[in-house]
Design a protein around this ligand. Structure first.
Ligand SMILES: [Mg+2]
Length: 191
């Protein structure tokens, strides 16, 4: 695809940019006393994948909704450099679906500005990511990737590969390496 104007690239936050699962695993170890691994999470229902009890699961999601949880997430390795590299040839926007809590939307915005250098008007928070147009869309969640791809057939979706989205029927572009993703995005938009 050759894009005559500056291309638009949208990037989801959790996993492509922020290590949500790492923070969740630390909470699970604290709650249950039993450390678990990323590789054990084989779908988007984290508590279900790890067979947490209903009580532990409730405690986990309570903690995720608490103040500062979102703000303290670690960046994914290579994400900041990758986002900066994308900005050299594209208009990059964060498209993120915040966890339902009084703190998340505000903390997510602050996190994206501080950790990834986004401006406020470059951040779109919605559970309906598929309606947001881009030439390239990068996400780790399978359902939005499929919905988005169906809606924008002339554009390209890239799956940010993780244990919870492997073997879920995705036949499109995939990578979890930011250097590779930047190269791929550049080719896809003809830059
Ligand atoms: Mg995600």
């Amino acid at each position: 695809m050759i894009v005559s104007e500056r291309p638009i690239i949208t990037v989801a936050c959790d996993e492509p940019m922020s290590d949500f699962v790492g923070a969740v695993l630390r909470e699970i170890a604290d709650i249950t006393g039993k450390p678990r691994r990323r590789s054990e999470i084989d779908n988007f229902d984290i508590a279900g994948s790890l067979a947490l009890s209903p009580e532990d699961s409730a405690e986990l999601w309570h903690r995720v909704g608490q103040e500062k949880f979102c703000l303290k997430l670690y960046p994914i390795e290579g994400a900041y450099d990758g986002i900066c590299a994308l900005r050299e040839f594209a208009d990059v926007r964060a498209v993120t679906s915040p966890f339902k809590s009084p703190h998340w939307a505000n903390e997510r915005e602050r996190w994206l500005m501080k950790q990834m250098g986004f401006k406020r008007d470059e951040i779109i928070q919605t559970p309906g990511k598929d309606v947001v147009f881009a030439h390239v869309f990068i996400d780790d969640k399978i359902e939005p990737l499929f919905k988005w791809r169906d809606r924008w057939p002339g554009s390209h979706a890239i799956r940010f590969t993780a244990p919870w989205n492997d073997n879920r029927g995705w036949d499109g572009h995939s990578s979890c390496d930011w250097t590779e993703i930047v190269k791929l995005a550049r080719v896809l938009v003809g830059r």
